[in-house]
Design a protein around this ligand. Sequence first.
Ligand code: PRP
Ligand code: URA
Length: 217
Amino acid sequence: MSIYVPPEFPNFRQVSHPLLLHKLTQLRKVSTPKKEFNELVQEITQLLVYEATKDLPLMTIRIKTPLESMDAPSLEGKKPVILPILRAGLGMVDGFLTHIPSARVGHVGVFRNEKTLQPEQYYFKIPKHSENRQFYICDPMLATGGSAAHTIQCLKDKGVTKITFVCLVAAPEGVKKLLHAHPDVPIFAVNLDRQLNASGYILPGLGDAGDRLFGTR
Ligand code: PRP
Ligand code: URA
């Protein structure tokens, strides 16, 4: 996989691989049905997780193989936390758990007010004593950045410092907002799309991710 960091957005990591790009194209198509849409979100997330977790710290532990003892690498520290932004972030959770099955899963409920596009929170639950854990916030779409910025601030208010944001598609407007509000939080995505439309939807985008995942359009 290759990573591209646009000069104007040092907080953004565009993850590229032929499989990722092909799957994103399938995901964008208006003709892709709900079941396939869900599978694609999960498969793309699995591929993104490799890159998003590549800086997880390791320690050395002593183990016994069937033949001898050895010092071997093992993940260090407390279990990471996956934090999906409801609803659409839920579609990415299994993609994370495939590779980090022991990760904890928090939930934050945020929706965009359709008129103001401002985030409105209705739920928040993370493990107790999370200050030293690595958090992976997931949401397929980073549009205005309001939902992401709000969620990151909630975590920081709880003392969390290690935060990574993982999405599928981002708009420049949202990346810019996070660069100003939370420059310490890296964003991993498959693509930086062109712009938002007047209703705050990403162009070309893939539509309303929550509605397509759950069939609620
Ligand atoms: C979508 C999406 C993000 C948010 C992105 O959720 O899943 O959470 O919009 O927009 P923003 O960057 O402008 O905040 P939505 O508010 O539609 O809620 P839903 O997942 O419950 O449908
Ligand atoms: N939320 C979505 O689900 N899609 C967009 O394009 C923007 C926000």
